[in-house]
Design a protein around this ligand. Sequence first.
Ligand SMILES: Cc1cc2nc3c(=O)[nH]c(=O)nc-3n(C[C@H](O)[C@H](O)[C@H](O)COP(=O)(O)OP(=O)(O)OC[C@H]3O[C@@H](n4cnc5c(N)ncnc54)[C@H](O)[C@@H]3O)c2cc1C
Length: 264
Amino acid sequence: MEIKNYVRPNTLEDAYQTLLASDHNALLGGGVWMKYTNKKIDTMIDLSRLGLNHIVLHKDEIIIGAQTPLREIEIHPEIKGLGNGFLSLAVGSIVGVAFRNVATIGGSVVGKYPFSDLITPLLCLDVKLKFFPEEIIDLHDYLEQKHKHQAILTHIIIKKTKGHGYFKKVSNTSLDFSILNVACFYDQTFKIVVGSRPGKPIRATEVADMLNKSLPLSDDTLKKAGNMILKTIDFSSDERASKEYREILAKTYVMRGIKEVIKR
Ligand SMILES: Cc1cc2nc3c(=O)[nH]c(=O)nc-3n(C[C@H](O)[C@H](O)[C@H](O)COP(=O)(O)OP(=O)(O)OC[C@H]3O[C@@H](n4cnc5c(N)ncnc54)[C@H](O)[C@@H]3O)c2cc1C
């Protein structure tokens, strides 16, 4: 990574103005991904002095500052209690503890990484992103945006809910990117998300709708859900796995996830 200038602003306004000053300026979260991509940066804007490293609990919401390291999220008691710990499990599956002590939730969400083990379970929940300047946007809508968001993510807001969750990451080694990941959640209605297809995480809305109308679930409904996943979601091949292998994994783990969240 090549960086010409480095600044550590004390205010969001300063950080934002520096970001707008040039297309070659960039925000620094944990810096792990930036280093990996070997970018050339004019001014690197370190966000560490902006007071964005915290997890605040409100009555109905968990508010996570963008600079919070993944490890803090993984071990936080309230987050461990969400969906039987499915979010903690997902975050805990990302590389190793030392890595998760550095990588931030902000850098992990903003990057919209298709392999993300964090976004897949987050998409099962009601999650809003708060940006500076003032803007709050639903995570799903943010992921759908095609244009680059020239703003600073300050907080990730998770609505508390009492449902049951499931997360599965399939990778060649525990340190590798996902070949496929699946998250399911049930809180009176089903949410199913499949990621690393290798495309971005996507909600299996049609499958969830079918399940919601078919309670209590029979074995036939479960099989129908497994088949529908393959008809309604696209999978493809890359250097990690073939389309066919991903399809087998998706069908298997979606069916397992549905069973898991309903039986608790
Ligand atoms: C070798 C390697 C393996 C990985 N394996 C996995 C894996 O298995 N599963 C997985 O889910 N993830 C994986 N990741 C991704 C990782 O978990 C983080 O998501 C990633 O490192 C980004 O977090 P960061 O804090 O390092 O962000 P940075 O590198 O600091 O930033 C990433 C991008 O986000 C921007 N940014 C950072 N913070 C903000 C903000 N607050 N507002 C706006 N823009 C911002 C930066 O400008 C940059 O463009 C891996 C990354 C690496 C390098």
